[in-house]
Each structure stands twice: as C-alpha cells, then as structure tokens.
Ligand binder design. Structure first.
Ligand SMILES: Nc1ncnc2c1ncn2[C@@H]1O[C@H](COS(=O)(=O)NC(=O)[C@@H](N)CO)[C@@H](O)[C@H]1O
Length: 423
C-alpha cells in the first residue's frame, strides 16, 4: 500500500498505476475521504486545545466565572464525543481503501492488462529432439510404478499425488539440493509451518483479494498457506529492526496448500497443479532502497536460473506485465520450463519485488543509521517447487527404456545416475 502523503502529492502518478495495475480503487473517493479526515482532525484538535485552555482558565477563575467555564467545557466535551467516533470510522474506511493502492511498477514493466502482454526476454537451452516416441510424465510414472495416483485420488480426491520408490526419493533429493544451493548463496535455511493467522494473509496481500485460494481450519483463526512467503513475511511483523540486522535472507521450506478454486479444468491430471506441494522459497527483507532491492532481485533470479541450469532443463525468462503481476508488485519475472508432452513452456518459478507494499501491511520496519524509522522492502522467489518440476525432469530426461537420467548436480543427493522401476 502507498503512503497517503505520496498519494496526496502525486495523484496523477497514482491514478496511472491504478489503471495499469487494474486496481478496483476509486482514487477520487480516497482523496475525498482524506480531505474529510484532515478537516475533522483540525476541528477535533482545535476543540481539544480550546478545552485545555478552558480548563486552565477555570482553574484560575472566580467561583461564578468557573461555573460558566465548566459548562463550556461540558459542551466542548459533548461535541468531541460526537466527532471522535466519526473520525475513527473515516480513518478505518481510508485504511481499507489504502489496502487497494498499487505499488508503482518499474519503468521496464510491459504495460498491459494480462499475461498476453508478458515479454520473453531470454531463452536458455533448446528443447530436446527425441529419437524415440517420448512418454508423458504420467505414462512414465505408471510404467515404472513410481506413484499411486489413482489410489490416492480415492483417499484424498482430485489434485492429489503419492510418489513411490525412486521418484519419491528423487523429490526429496531435489528439495535438499535446492535448499543447499540457497545456503551456499548465503540464505538462512528455515522451516516454517504451513498454517498462519488471518492477519498474516492480509499482510502478504493474499487477502482480501484471493480468499478462495486458501483453505481455512474449521473453527480457528488458522488458514493453510499457499507459500512459506506468507509466514516469512510475517515473522518480523510489528518489529523495529536495526539497519544492521538487514538484509534478512531466508531459504524457507514448507508444504504449500492451494484450493486451486479458480483453476477448474486446468492441469487436472498428474503433478502440474495439486492441492499440496513442496517449495523451497527465497524470501528477502532489505533496506528501503530501490538499488538494494534490484540487487537482491537479480541475485534471487540468478539463484533460480542456476538451479534450472543444474537440472539441465530448457527454460525461458518472462518479464511480467503490469496487469498480470498484481497490485503489490514493483517487478515480477517468471521462469518457464519446457514440457515436451505439451510442446510449450510452463511456469516453474516466480520472482517478485514489492518495495514497501507488504512491509506497510505487516508493519515491517527498521531504524536507519540516521535514527529514522522506515518501512523495509520485501522480495520473494521460488527456488524449487515439487512435484511440478518433476513433470519437466521426467519428460526431458527420459530414456528409451523408460528409465530417467538424474542430472549430474543432483546425483550426489539421489545416490544414483538414473531413476529405475519400482519392483
Ligand atoms: N497448485 C500447484 N501445484 C504445484 N505447484 C504449484 C502450484 N501452485 C504453484 N506451484 C509452484 O509454485 C511456484 C511458485 O508459486 S507462485 O504462486 O507463482 N509464487 C509464489 O508462491 C512465491 N512465493 C514465489 O515462490 C510456481 O511457479 C509453481 O512452480
């Protein structure tokens, strides 16, 4: 959310961002509300000053004068009692509207209402030409006994998965490989729960817009997080850190839960889009400086590209448009990895910088060297999410005999050079 002072002083810039980001916010309503609040604050402050002066005068007045002054004080008090709740109501409404203010997108963001305006900026590697008829990931799993997808659907319903034998161990090996890549890059590994209180979802930005994506625990203020970003973003909520404690660079790992309510009919088979998946997450909290944020953005993106290159997968880099990146984003770049059975690239990583949009919502602040308390900047990026990446790994690295080669970088974690059938 934007600072009200900035909005007051730059209405045209904010109006442009609202339009480019597709925010539902009515800026005129917000500005009118702001003027009403300022006016009401002026009146209540004047009345409070008058009441104080009046009380002081009453202390020194003669008995008959004092009676008049006390009566006057009562009238002022009555007027204040009426104005103060009005002011609080208007301030609450303003806060609600501020939640809908967009972060101004960086100047290089393609301007457009949706993902059709996204721009491919780089392609890495080339899709493999198979010398045999390749199988899709489900055929590979069924042929090798690497999963119990039909049975688990009876237990847990659609968009569920259960991996077996070498594929199960491969998933675990990949997560550990990705985690170690981040630790080597200086990130602090941290495991977090998969559930959090409602306020963490407001602070993240998931609420109020996308509540339907989130599972709720019946009868408790507890919601299942679709990404550890929600929890990592709220870990230091309400604190005032010292500048020296920044940057915080976390390598989060957690099971992620998503209802996929809006995805009916999409990727209904297999491992691409499931209700519970695992993700190694990069999350950074840094000082309120765009250059510092840009440096972290590039670093986090490089970490993910390094992982995809180590997995020997063809991928492309996509600059996300203003309408597709969402309200809070300053910049978003996705990595999309080649899926042979679909003949197209599919998103596997999403790197975002949000400046102080989340920090304002979460109360993430620090005291800078000049002693000024400021909101921090936040960024996040996928390091690796399974099982979706298994679709690409199985299909791209399959052999004619149905086995699947393990990329060299992961072999020390997996213990073998190939995935073999489960007996
Ligand atoms: N329903 C799902 N099933 C499997 N994988 C998913 C699902 N939803 C997201 N993912 C994986 O998780 C990655 C990150 O999801 S994201 O919503 O795009 N971004 C985030 O969660 C950010 N915190 C960065 O990780 C996706 O690129 C994809 O690889």
């Amino acid at each position: 959310m934007l600072d009200i002072k900035f909005i007051r002083e730059n209405p045209d810039i904010v109006r442009k961002a609202i339009q480019e980001k597709g925010s539902p916010l009515d800026l005129d309503e917000l500005l009118l509300l702001d003027r009403q609040i300022l006016e009401l604050r002026r009146r209540t402050e004047a009345l409070q000053a008058e009441r104080n002066a009046n009380a002081k005068a009453a202390g020194k007045a003669s008995p008959e004068e004092r009676a008049l002054l006390i009566e006057k004080g009562k009238q002022i008090g009555a007027e204040l009692a009426e104005l103060e709740p009005q002011l609080r109501a208007l301030e609450a409404k303003l806060k609600e509207l501020l939640y809908l203010t967009p972060t101004l997108p960086w100047e290089g963001a393609p301007v457009g209402p949706d993902d059709s305006f996204n721009v491919v900026t780089r392609v890495h590697g080339t899709p493999r030409t198979f010398l045999f008829e390749p199988l899709d990931h489900l055929e590979l799993i069924n042929r090798n006994g690497w999963g119990e997808l039909e049975r688990i659907a009876k237990v847990s319903g659609s968009r569920s998965y259960a991996l077996k034998g070498d594929l199960m161990r491969y998933e675990q090996a990949l997560l550990r490989f990705a985690l170690d890549q981040l630790v080597d890059a200086g990130f602090t590994p941290i495991s977090v729960p998969s559930y959090a209180r409602e306020e963490a979802f407001y602070a993240h930005g998931q609420f109020p817009k996308a509540r339907e994506d989130v599972y709720k625990v019946e009868g408790e203020d507890m919601y299942l997080a679709g990404t550890s970003e929600v929890l990592l973003n709220y870990l230091h909520a309400g604190e005032i850190l010292s500048e020296g404690e920044l940057p915080k660079a976390y390598a989060g790992i957690s099971a992620c839960f998503r209802s996929e309510a809006g995805s009916a009919g999409k990727d209904v088979r297999g491992l691409m889009r499931v209700h519970q998946f695992n993700k190694v997450e990069q999350y950074v909290l840094c000082i309120a400086d765009v250059e510092e944020s840009n440096r972290w953005f590039e670093r986090m993106l490089a970490n993910s590209e390094k992982i995809l290159q180590a997995l020997e997968l063809p991928y492309r880099v996509v600059e996300v448009s203003t309408g597709d990146m969402g309200l809070g984003k300053y910049r978003q770049v996705d990595l999309e990895t080649w899926v042979p059975s679909e003949g197209r690239y599919r998103e596997t990583h999403s790197c975002s910088a949000l400046l102080d949009w989340q920090a304002r919502r979460a109360g993430l602040r620090y005291r800078d060297q000049a002693g000024k308390v400021r909101y921090a900047y936040t960024l996040n990026n996928t390091a690796l999410a399974t099982p979706r990446i298994l679709v690409m790994l199985l299909e791209n690295h399959q052999n004619q005999d149905g086995t699947v080669t393990v990329p060299k970088a992961v072999q020390p974690y997996f213990g073998k050079a190939r995935l073999e059938p489960t007996r």
